[in-house]
Ligand binder design. Sequence first.
Ligand SMILES: NC(=O)c1ccc[n+]([C@@H]2O[C@H](COP(=O)([O-])OP(=O)(O)OC[C@H]3O[C@@H](n4cnc5c(N)ncnc54)[C@H](OP(=O)(O)O)[C@@H]3O)[C@@H](O)[C@H]2O)c1
Length: 305
Amino acid sequence: MIVVTGATGNAGSEVVRALLARGLGVRAFVRDPGKARRALGEDVELAAGDFADPGSVRAALEGAGTLLLSCADDPRRVGWETAAIDAAVAAGVRRVVKLSAMAAGPGSPVAFWDWHGQVEQHLRASGAGWVILRANWYMSNVLAAAPGVAAEGRLYAPAGDARIAMIDPRDVGAAAAAVLSSPGHEARPSHEASPGHEGQTYLLTGPRAITYAEVAAGLSAATGSTVEFVDVPGDAARAGMIGDGRPAFAAGQIVAMFGALRQGAGAQVSPAVETLTGRAPRDFASFARDHARLFAVAAGTGAAR
Ligand SMILES: NC(=O)c1ccc[n+]([C@@H]2O[C@H](COP(=O)([O-])OP(=O)(O)OC[C@H]3O[C@@H](n4cnc5c(N)ncnc54)[C@H](OP(=O)(O)O)[C@@H]3O)[C@@H](O)[C@H]2O)c1
């Protein structure tokens, strides 16, 4: 049994779908079973719980061989995820796969990456078999801008000419499923070797490092209407996100990440998705086509998903 946390999220839901497509047994650890059922369908077992409730984490891990560890970018993440790793070890879970970020590192000036780095450090020392998947910027981050693009034909971001090897969350799901289901994922007696990807850290990226101007061009092509990229100063971007209801801390972190991306933090292209899945990762044009409807509603182009 493979337990997936963060299973209703952008990436976690794709991990669940990719595992189900492989015919594997999946138990999704979710806060809201109704939401999870609607998002993930009938074929997944649900374990209701919350990282803040250690008993619910222990119950979800009973009899599991493998754990995919994903969560939201929450200041409590380090405590939640390190406790879940310890619970997995205590439950005899053979492999913990941690979904992390491309520039993770303890002490990173970007708190989100610092937290991932602290959890990675704990996992490596935990005694569990571990695999770390450091994903680049998700293409789905652009979905937050869809209403603005649809209304104005403009994509605002403090991205400058940053080159970002952004990845479709479906490819995060496919790569994670390959690692989670590789030999050794079932629960075994502890004396047996586990021949999976243990001890590996993989960088997951899309096929090319692209700029936000290229993202806008991809949206233009997909929607059939002109989408213009507008570079905005970090302060204005932060104020805009807060105005849209995003918490100030999170808005500051996103601006800090864009600063790091402009310095090249996301420019590296990795072959790992293709190596792990046997398929080249999707490019942004494909992502844009599949989500064109969201960017084109007000423009009335009729582009279909
Ligand atoms: N976005 C990027 O560009 C990017 C790039 C690299 C790495 N990452 C990392 O990838 C991971 C997943 O990202 P994502 O975009 O898929 O996240 P997301 O869409 O925000 O999903 C977060 C998931 O965590 C669950 N969750 C939140 N708090 C929880 C709690 N207290 N107990 C149990 N579950 C809880 C949420 O459940 P609910 O549905 O109940 O809220 C949801 O399923 C994150 O760790 C992020 O740092 C993101």
